[in-house]
Ligand binder design. Structure first.
Ligand SMILES: Nc1nc2c(c(=O)[nH]1)N(C=O)[C@@H](CNc1ccc(C(=O)N[C@@H](CCC(=O)O)C(=O)O)cc1)CN2
Ligand SMILES: Nc1ncnc2c1ncn2[C@@H]1O[C@H](COP(=O)(O)OP(=O)(O)OP(=O)(O)O)[C@@H](O)[C@H]1O
Length: 189
């Protein structure tokens, strides 16, 4: 069920061209910059976009300009955990890792405890209007999100085409606080 939905949604998202991804991503980032929960945060976890994910690079640049800490998820496939690591320099710190997603080189790992994160921007394959999330199926975020402080906002970003009528969440699925698309912002009911 999840598998089929994932494949279908990835295909739909894959149909966007570069310009569409860039234009829609720009609108999404502009919305996020207005959120008090984002503005107040001094340590923010985002992700380095791959395939046709929402491009959040403008947010990374913005955070650095404000002297805030940018943290990215690093996968440890061996034990299916995400290690949050502070990113300081796009050129110096990174190299392609698992699945071709950029990751810090070994000597550029700067682990940050999940409790230190003030805001987390979450990627995903599909979301529903109740802010449930479908990921790539690795279970990485499902295991990571419960380690955040309860009050840390989880803000998902997606294109409008990634919103489905309903996902049937598993007991371990943690809903997002907000899902932001180029057309609309959904809040957790
Ligand atoms: N940009 C970005 N970084 C991220 C994530 C993400 O969703 N986006 N993650 C979010 O978790 C973690 C990486 N998780 C991933 C898990 C699976 C696949 C993947 O490509 N899986 C295969 C199928 C694997 C299988 O056999 O089940 C595929 O889709 O082809 C990619 C990333 C951490 N970093
Ligand atoms: N909190 C958890 N503890 C233990 N196992 C989990 C947990 N969350 C998910 N899993 C397992 O991980 C696998 C993937 O889960 P699921 O299909 O929900 O991933 P996803 O949310 O799509 O992916 P991701 O979180 O990586 O983006 C499933 O086999 C599930 O049983």
């Amino acid at each position: 069920m999840k598998k089929k939905q994932r494949k279908e949604l990835l295909k739909i998202r894959g149909s966007l061209d570069r310009n569409q991804v860039r234009e829609k991503s720009k609108i999404i980032c502009e919305k996020i910059l207005q959120f008090p929960s984002f503005q107040k945060a001094s340590t923010v976890m985002l992700y380095l976009p791959f395939r046709n994910e929402v491009d959040v690079m403008p947010l990374i640049e913005h955070l650095w300009q404000e002297n805030k800490r940018v943290v990215i998820p690093v996968c440890e496939p061996k034990n299916i955990v995400i290690v949050p690591s502070e990113l300081r320099d796009l050129e110096e710190d990174l190299a392609p890792g698992t699945w071709g997603i950029l990751e810090p080189k070994a000597d550029k790992m700067r682990p940050v405890a999940p409790e230190e994160l003030d805001c987390v921007i979450v990627p995903g394959v599909a979301f529903d209007e109740a802010c449930n999330r479908l990921g790539y199926g690795g279970g990485y975020y499902d295991r990571f999100l419960p380690r955040l402080k309860e009050q840390t906002p989880k803000i998902a970003v997606a294109f409008a085409m990634q919103i489905v009528p309903s996902l049937d969440p598993d007991p371990y699925d943690i809903p997002m606080d907000l899902v932001v698309t180029e057309d609309k912002v959904y809040s957790r009911p």
